[in-house]
Each structure stands twice: as structure tokens, then as C-alpha cells.
Design a protein around this ligand. Structure first.
Ligand SMILES: [Zn+2]
Length: 342
């Protein structure tokens, strides 16, 4: 048996040295030391040997196995070197220009969310996130949109089948969740994805991003809202931006307002984008409705505050004069590469 083993070692070493590539090398290794390999087959006879012989043959077989592995390693390294040598030499032209390494970048939406977070952190706001799969209570009822309220139709909702859950239609439920777990004074912004049952076109997408802002304290008022929004939007969109507040209706605020900003295309002079008005609609806001305060256990006689919510794609479209929301989700590098990365 000892002789057979030594013969097998010699055959294997010759075969390994003759291997022409890694695949061949692997096959050879398997044919000797694999589960159905020659060495394994030979060792099946071990049980018929005397104890004394077992003590000699056993360690020898293991030694051969180790040796063969070392040989395979050596041959593999040789093959790599041969392949490398074949590539360099005659075919290598040092004067050819190199390939510019591809550098990754943040998606403009991710980047803008970071800018929003930085801006509001510097204004002493907290950042919060909430679930994208929401229940009816947080998405509607707690926000003063009870069952059968016509405002439910303002947002076409994607409901789950057979269970009382939905994909949140706005980031406002995060306000509720935050107020349920934090006591005033509250200052928080909540960026995130939202979903609507909308067909895709140049200005609609069934998934888009919003950010929500909320500030609650005993004396928080509209002047604070105007101050915070002016500072934040000037930092995020354009330093010369002017804001105009128009009264509007959202069930979770009273009074409710829409904010227009000076058109960045014509600087307020009037152009086709702003329909000659000089103003562009930017976001919705207002003073938090007393019913919303009550739903999170706050006394509206004691506390007051404001909330605002804006579409992130919409802000980016205004800022960079982009005319189609679909561009954000098509992942075309020619589009994505145009955004500054600081
Ligand atoms: Zn304009």
C-alpha cells in the first residue's frame, strides 16, 4: 500500500505540473483528492490493514494530500504569472490613455434630502422617519380626516388587500407618531417616500418624496412659520427667493396656506413657466388644527404650532428647471451627472 501511495503521489505531481489552466488544475486535484478521487479510493483499503501498518500508512496518506495541495498552489501561481507575462510585453502600449475610474455619486433626491436635513438641523430641528406602510388612523383620522370626509378623495390612496393598511399618501403621519412619543417644545422635519394612485406623466408619479416640518410650543405662531420657511427655502432653492402666503385648505391645519415663491426662471418678471404671474406654487402649510392636537393628547388651549409639507421632486424641478418628474426615476447617468456634488 505504501508503494501504491508513493506511485500515486508521483503521478499526481506530474499531472499537476502539466496543467494548462486553472480549470484543468482543479479537475486534476479533484481526481486525486476529491470524494471520488484515486487517493480516497485507495484509503478505503486502510481498514483491512494491521494496526501497525495503519499507523504508518495513515499519516503518509495525509502527508501526500497536503503535498498535493501545495503543488496545486504552486502551479496555480505559475499559471497566473504566465498569463500576466503573456498580457504584458509586446501588447502593452504605455502611451495609450488610461480608463478614467468611474466615481459614484449621490442621487439628486438623496443629496437634496441631506441638504434639507442639514438646513433644519442648523435651525435646531430634529429629524424623524416613519413607516411607509401606515394604518388608516395615522394617515387620516388623527390628521382630522375622519371616515367619509371628502378630503380623503383629495389623495388617491393605495390600500392593502384585506388588511387595514395603506401606503402613506403623505409624510404627515410622521408628525402624529412624533407627537405621540415626544412632548413639546417640538421641532422636527420628516423626509420620506409617499405613494398615490396616480398614473405616470410629466408631473405625476405613484411614488415620490416629501418632507414635513412641525413646530409646537406655547407661543409658536405664523410669524415663526414665515421666518423658518424663508430662511430654509432661501438656503435650499435660491438666496433671493421671496415668499407669498395665500390662504388655502388642508384638513389638518387651521388656517391653511399655500406658499408661492418668486419664479426662479424670470426672477418675478413673468414668463411662460409662472404663467406671467412671477410666482410659483411651492408648498402647503398652516397652524396645526386643534383636533390634531387633541388626537395626540395635547391641549390646544395650551399649545399651538405650525406644520408644512413639500414635494421634494417639485422643489428640485423648480430649482433646476426640470420639466419632467420621470427623469428622477429613470437612472439615466446623462441626467444624474448634471447635479452638483459638494
Ligand atoms: Zn417666471
Amino acid at each position: 500500500m505504501k508503494v501504491k501511495l508513493e506511485e500515486l503521489r508521483a503521478t499526481a505531481i506530474t499531472a499537476i505540473a502539466a496543467a494548462k489552466n486553472d480549470d484543468e488544475l482543479y479537475e486534476i486535484e479533484r481526481s486525486f483528492t476529491g470524494r471520488k478521487g484515486q487517493l480516497t479510493a485507495l484509503l478505503k483499503g486502510l481498514k483491512d490493514l494491521s494496526n501497525e501498518d495503519k499507523r504508518i500508512v495513515g499519516p503518509l496518506a495525509n502527508k501526500i494530500k497536503d503535498d498535493l495541495q501545495i503543488e496545486v498552489g504552486k502551479r496555480s501561481a505559475e499559471l497566473k504569472k504566465e498569463a500576466f507575462d503573456a498580457m504584458s510585453g509586446a501588447f502593452f502600449d504605455a502611451s495609450l490613455p488610461g480608463n478614467r475610474p468611474v466615481v459614484g455619486r449621490l442621487h439628486p433626491i438623496t443629496k437634496f434630502i441631506q441638504e434639507i436635513e442639514d438646513t433644519f438641523l442648523s435651525l435646531n430641528f430634529d429629524i424623524a422617519e416613519g413607516p411607509e406602510v401606515e394604518d388608516d388612523y395615522h394617515n387620516f383620522t388623527a390628521l382630522n380626516i375622519p371616515e367619509d370626509h371628502p378630503a380623503r378623495d383629495m389623495q388617491d390612496t393605495l390600500w392593502a388587500k384585506n388588511i387595514p393598511y395603506l401606503l402613506r399618501t403623505h409624510t404627515s403621519p410622521v408628525q402624529i407618531r412624533y407627537m405621540e412619543s415626544h412632548k413639546p417644545p417640538i421641532r422636527v422635519v420628516c423626509p420620506g417616500r409617499v405613494y398615490r394612485k396616480d398614473d405616470v406623466d410629466a408631473t405625476h408619479s405613484p411614488m415620490f418624496h416629501q418632507f414635513e416640518g412641525l413646530m409646537i410650543d406655547k407661543t409658536t405662531n405664523l410669524a415663526h412659520l414665515k421666518g423658518i420657511l424663508t430662511v430654509a427655502l432661501r438656503r435650499l432653492i435660491h438666496p433671493d427667493l421671496e415668499l407669498r402666503f395665500r390662504s388655502s385648505y388642508f384638513p389638518f391645519v387651521e388656517p391653511g396656506m399655500e406658499v408661492d415663491v418668486t419664479c426662479v426662471m424670470c426672477n418675478g418678471d413673468g414668463c411662460h413657466v409662472c404663467k406671467r404671474s412671477g410666482w410659483i406654487e411651492m408648498l402647503g402649510c398652516g397652524m396645526v388644527h386643534p383636533n390634531v392636537m387633541k388626537s395626540v393628547g395635547l391641549d390646544p388651549q395650551e399649545y399651538q404650532g405650525f406644520a408644512f409639507g413639500a414635494g421634494i421632486e417639485r422643489l428640485l424641478m423648480i430649482k433646476f428647471q426640470i420639466n419632467d418628474i420621470r427623469l428622477f426615476f429613470e437612472n439615466d447617468p446623462r441626467f444624474l451627472e448634471q447635479f452638483p456634488q459638494i
